[in-house]
Design a binder for this molecule. Structure first.
Ligand code: SF4
Ligand code: SF4
Length: 292
């Protein structure tokens, strides 16, 4: 990758310290991790794990909670850039740097562990060339002193390691969000900083699926967007369908990539509603009615 003019966008996965060298999936690494290795659980004792929307979906289903409950109990938000969109990280145990899911036996949510946990010690980097508008995947090896897995003799290609860790599915479902984040981070002055309302919409649609579902049920949403009963029922019942739809929704409201049909009179209704809210506020004597 070093021979092309690459404008490196930071990966959503801040896999620091990442060796500067990046590899393709045929690169062979020497690594093995297993229960009983002397450093067992060391990596889960000091975490910095960014979650994708699919990670959250899997974990909230595993734990039998709503996304809202999951976000509150297990995550902490952060901004990718100052004043820009937010991401969420796993929240460590109170007063500690250890993951809340770590037990003496290992990870208590192993089958549904997040993408970054599956990848470790490989770091996924999304790169975008200056002359292209899509990202390319590339990988780097994270070598930290506490991780003794690098001293094991097993050799494995990154491709096989990804397969072993069940990453193809996670990458497939995480890719649209990763692209969105890159797009947002590289948009610059052309798009400008998203408004607070846009950032809130992004957060809800990407991370808080159950709240987004309530939004989809709302009169405001259904008065604007034209979806069939069958489409709506799927969104009410199927988290995966809702997650895919949320990507379309964010692209439409934040980047003008129209894919969800609107009612012909949606704009007219919206303006009428705003006028009504404004009128009510004026009647109530509120001076600042602009933010309706
Ligand atoms: S989710 Fe599991 S694998 Fe990931 S940091 Fe927590 S305990 Fe470790
Ligand atoms: S070998 Fe590395 S990844 Fe495995 S438990 Fe030890 S520190 Fe964690």
């Amino acid at each position: 990758m070093a021979d092309v003019d690459i404008n490196i966008e930071e990966s959503p996965f801040e896999a620091s310290p990442v060796a500067p060298e990046t590899f393709d999936e045929n690169h062979v690494i020497k690594f093995r991790c297993y229960k009983g290795i002397e450093c067992f659980n060391a990596c889960c004792s000091s975490i910095d794990i960014t979650l994708t929307p699919y990670d959250i979906l899997r974990l909230k289903q595993r734990l039998g909670m709503t996304s809202t409950e999951f976000l509150k109990q297990y995550t902490i938000p952060f901004e990718f850039n100052k004043g820009s969109i937010a991401g969420v990280k796993l929240l460590p145990r109170e007063g500690s740097t250890a993951c809340q899911f770590m037990t003496e036996e290992g990870c208590s949510v192993y089958e549904d562990r997040p993408t970054a946990c599956r990848y470790y010690p490989v770091g996924l980097l999304s790169l975008r060339r200056a002359d292209e508008n899509f990202d390319r995947a590339s990988w780097a090896l994270v070598k930290e002193d506490h991780c003794k897995g690098h001293q094991e003799e097993r050799e494995i290609t990154i491709k096989d390691y990804r397969e072993e860790q069940g990453l193809e599915e996670y990458d497939e479902h995480g890719h649209p969000w990763r692209q969105l984040v890159l797009k947002m981070k590289s948009a610059g002055p052309a798009i400008g900083q998203p408004s607070l309302a846009s950032r809130r919409l992004f957060f809800m649609a990407c991370y808080d699926l159950d709240r987004f579902r309530e939004f989809v049920r709302s009169e405001g949403f259904q008065g604007t967007f034209k979806l069939s009963e069958a489409e709506l029922n799927e969104l009410y019942e199927d988290d995966m369908a809702l997650m895919k739809f949320s990507d379309r929704f964010v692209r439409q409201v934040m980047f003008g990539e129209e894919s969800i049909p609107r009612h012909d009179d949606a704009l007219e209704k919206h303006l009428k509603r705003r006028q009504e809210v404004q009128r009510l506020r004026e009647e109530l004597g509120e001076e600042d009615a602009a933010d309706s």
